[in-house]
Design a protein. Structure first.
Length: 285
């Protein structure tokens, strides 16, 4: 446990500030007013804390506010509104006495998606290079080139190498082993395993995006083990039933007013899945 609680300005403080701002030229008050309807004023954390809610419930906004206030590292920047800094000044948090994380990091679905795109581009670039080197091997192996001066030494060396090596050996020696090609799900899990280290505080915004149900189960196990055995604390915004089932997770339902703590089996989204499969139970034979 590294962070105990986080405090938002509260409805009264927000109203006072917004009433003052109304006399200015601002047309948008975001993030003021986001949590007024569900009366979210504070969060108290467990080893794994989950913010659940439909789109527009404010779970990603809450996560970004915490990340900014905690000065968390992040790969992808986000757009801050004109009043974001003013709102942030009114927020507060309490860390666990005597405990300090080695790292505080925010991971968003955009981070994972960009990583997958970059990895795919890298693989495609290496593959194209492999084709070029293969063509070079064929050309040199079949060449009738003869050395006429020292200026021809490098070319002669290539010809000799092509004749003495198999195509795969020649290509490996020229460009090295290709970057391992992963599926999208494998690449996403690779990103999480590289970014989440021991003894860290991690804020994850909808990490299930780009993951199949099977991969979500793998991520669930990875998060669970990281919290249980490797000193990590997680705050997660999600509506994935698999991640909501994380053992011991404290789940805040941001669709409720006021915000309430619930069991994962009580959440509307999970109940919808359950009822759907119950209706089709006879087909699972």
């Amino acid at each position: 446990m590294y962070i105990d609680s986080f405090q938002f300005p509260g409805v009264d403080a927000e109203e006072q500030f917004v009433n003052y701002i109304r006399r200015t030229c601002y047309s948008s008050f975001y993030p003021f007013g986001v949590f007024a309807e569900n009366q979210l004023e504070s969060l108290s954390f467990a080893e794994i804390t989950i913010l659940y809610g439909n789109n527009g419930s404010g779970k990603s906004t809450a996560l970004n506010l915490m990340a900014e206030k905690l000065k968390a590292e992040r790969d992808t920047l986000f757009n801050r509104s004109s009043l974001y800094g003013e709102y942030l000044k009114m927020c507060g948090f309490e860390m666990t006495p005597g405990e300090k994380p080695e790292e505080i990091r925010m991971i968003t679905s955009d981070d994972v998606f960009d990583f997958m795109l970059n990895l795919r581009a890298l693989n495609e670039g290496v593959d194209r290079n492999r084709e070029r080197v293969f063509d070079e091997w064929v050309k040199n192996r079949n060449s009738t080139f003869q050395m006429k001066s020292l200026d021809d030494y490098d070319r002669l060396k290539k010809v000799v190498e092509a004749r003495s090596k198999t195509q795969s050996k020649y290509v490996r020696d020229e460009i090295g082993s290709n970057v391992i090609t992963h599926s999208n799900g494998e690449s996403a899990l690779q990103y999480f395993s590289e970014k989440i280290k021991d003894n860290g505080l991690y804020l994850l915004d909808e990490p299930e995006n780009s993951l199949s149900p099977q991969r979500q189960l793998e991520l669930m196990e990875f998060i669970q083990n990281s919290a249980r055995f490797f000193g990590c604390q997680f705050i997660i915004a999600t509506h994935s039933p698999f991640l909501l089932a994380l053992k011991g997770a404290r789940i805040y339902d941001l669709d409720e007013s006021p915000v309430d703590i619930k069991k994962w089996t009580e959440l509307e989204g999970v109940r919808t899945y359950f009822e759907f499969f119950e209706q089709h139970r006879d087909e699972f034979v």
